[in-house]
Design a protein around this ligand. Structure first.
Ligand SMILES: NC(=O)c1ccc[n+]([C@@H]2O[C@H](COP(=O)([O-])OP(=O)(O)OC[C@H]3O[C@@H](n4cnc5c(N)ncnc54)[C@H](OP(=O)(O)O)[C@@H]3O)[C@@H](O)[C@H]2O)c1
Length: 248
């Protein structure tokens, strides 16, 4: 028996890293899983297979969250394969780092489109059936960078800060509809995204983190499982930090 038995969850960007850990953790608690990827089909298929071996239903879909037509297609596929999605985890995200003076419009728009507009559009398409089915959970993966800013990440900080503002606004709009809307704000976590950070900068991150290390994807996933669970039924509009104490 898991705390999410009988639920159906969508996790965007679950071919690798934090999204993969979230999909597996939700499945371990009993949820069926729809997962998406952008370009890496094989790892997404492997995640779906791993979940199926746990005895849960799992399907994987290609969908660039920044593309409205691909979002529409995804929603149709989800409807055919799963019916109503009860837990939406907006995890897909990208970075395009440069100091602000060197950041061009394309870098700005790419990051805003994937990390902020994408989640908003996914929620917009799934919220009505979720409400009509009696309610659900929306969990947005933001970042410590959206809380405190970071040199070279003006686009990413703006998108993740915007995602926090979106979370709080939708929490207010949907509270009476039995839909909670929360965010999880990871600090620096061991994934492909942080593998691009130079070693000296990572050492600085660890020095600035009271717990003295990077986080693991599974530690972020545990926070998502909690927010998706019945135990979190009176929590909405919250930003749950998973950052080893780096920002408090
Ligand atoms: N790692 C960290 O330290 C950290 C810290 C704070 C917040 N976060 C946030 O946590 C989330 C996951 O990060 P991560 O480190 O696990 O990233 P990651 O290892 O780079 O994985 C990113 C995932 O998102 C997918 N993706 C990328 N662009 C997409 C798009 N346009 N449409 C749909 N899916 C897309 C990727 O699919 P493909 O495999 O097909 O490319 C992949 O599944 C992101 O929102 C990130 O901003 C990460």
């Amino acid at each position: 028996m898991g705390v999410l038995d009988g639920q159906t969850s969508l996790v965007t960007g679950a071919s690798r890293g934090i999204g993969k850990a979230i999909a597996i953790a939700l499945a371990r608690e009993g949820s069926d899983i729809a997962l998406t990827y952008s370009t890496n089909r094989d790892p997404a298929e492997r995640v779906a297979n791993e979940i199926q071996q746990m005895g849960r239903k799992a399907r994987f879909y290609q969908c660039n969250v920044a593309d409205p037509a691909e979002n529409d297609k995804l929603v149709d596929q989800l409807n055919d394969d799963f019916g109503t999605i009860k837990v939406v985890v907006n995890n897909a995200g990208i970075t395009r780092d440069k100091s602000f003076m060197k950041m061009n419009r394309e870098m700005w728009h790419d990051v805003l489109n994937v990390n902020l507009t994408g989640p908003a559009m996914v929620i917009h398409r799934l919220i009505i059936p979720m409400i009509e089915s009696g309610g659900g959970r929306i969990i947005n993966i933001t970042s410590i960078v959206g809380q405190m800013g970071n040199f070279g990440q003006a686009n990413y900080a703006a998108a993740k800060g915007g995602l926090i503002a979106l979370t709080k606004t939708l929490a207010r709009e949907f509270a009476r509809k039995n839909v909670t809307v929360n965010a999880v704000a990871p600090g620096f976590i061991e994934t492909d995204m942080t593998s691009e950070i130079p070693e000296a900068a990572l050492k600085h991150v660890c020095d600035e983190t009271p717990m003295g290390r990077l986080g693991k994807p599974e530690e972020v996933a545990a926070a998502v499982v909690f927010l998706a669970s019945p135990q979190a039924s009176f929590i909405t509009g919250e930003v749950l930090s998973v950052n080893g104490g780096m920002y408090m």
